[in-house]
Design a binder for this molecule. Structure first.
Ligand code: NAD
Length: 242
């Protein structure tokens, strides 16, 4: 392990040792070590070739106009139901249990934080685990969507839509509010595994008023994070070394 990484880990260890109301703000990079591809890494979904760019397929307009193609992509590329929490998810759940971490704010839709044991999770972009009929509101498990052929249909005939926020759709107001409140009250903010490209999510870190802001990411995020300590490494490995 190089010296700079070692120093970063030591600084993170010190911050966590006196953390009382910490918040973790994360993205797809948190789950790559669980085998779920992110969007913008070298082997991320945005570097692969499709008939349409992923941002287009994952938009509400595309969902409404090409519903079958949406579900084809979604089932093949977005549903990774065999993935398990990695060291990063587990460490965050442990910190919550120890009373150090107040909340996880995530852009991920994979449900792995809760699976690792985290209880206070603000899922800014929803979850693949929740699915609702667009006509009658009936709830369906993810297995229903995974196993359906073509467009998943409710017993009433309506389309069963995953509770994930597509491009062009607004974020849930209560989730956003809870996330902002937690970040504002945090003494330590750890940002990890996110390129900070997707708004309004990426703007939430600006609500942080505490004094310890640490970014754990492979490479620097797209937007500058003033006053942060950047630890350039794999988040599962960094958290395991603590
Ligand atoms: P992104 O793909 O734009 O960026 C991921 C960032 O994480 C990159 O900077 C990359 O270098 C870094 N990274 C990758 N593996 C890492 C690791 N092991 N340790 C540390 N850093 C690592 O992802 P984003 O910023 O979350 O934004 C894109 C959108 O992706 C989000 O809205 C999210 O909903 C969606 N998404 C979610 C999942 C998921 O739920 N697991 C998967 C793919 C995309």
């Amino acid at each position: 392990m190089d010296e700079q990484l070692q120093e970063g880990i030591e600084a993170l260890r010190r911050a966590v040792s006196h953390m009382k109301r910490g918040v973790f703000f994360g993205g797809a990079g948190v789950s790559t070590e669980s085998g779920i591809p992110d969007f913008r890494s070298q082997d991320g979904l945005y570097r692969q070739k499709y008939k349409y760019p992923p941002e287009t397929i994952l938009s509400r307009t595309f969902f409404d106009r090409h519903t079958e193609e949406f579900f084809d992509f979604y089932r093949n590329k977005m549903l990774c139901l065999s993935a398990r929490p990695n060291a990063a998810h587990k460490k965050l759940a442990q910190w919550e249990e120890e009373g150090k971490l107040a909340a996880v704010v995530t852009q991920n839709i994979d449900g792995l934080h809760q699976r690792a044991g985290s209880r206070r999770v603000f899922e800014l972009h929803g979850s693949v685990l929740r699915n609702f009929c667009m006509a009658c509101g009936k709830s369906y498990p993810v297995s229903f969507v995974a196993e359906a052929e073509g467009i998943p249909r409710c017993s009433c005939g309506g389309i069963v839509k995953p509770d994930v926020v597509l491009y062009e759709e607004p974020l849930d107001g209560a989730t956003l509010e809870g996330a902002v409140r937690a970040i504002r009250a945090a003494d330590v903010l750890i940002v990890g595994g996110t390129s900070l490209n997707v708004y309004p999510a990426a703007g939430l870190i600006d609500y942080f008023e505490g004094d310890s802001l640490i970014v754990v990411n492979r490479g620097a995020p797209a937007r500058a994070v003033p006053g942060c300590l950047l630890i350039d490494g794999k988040i599962g490995e960094v958290f395991s070394a603590l």
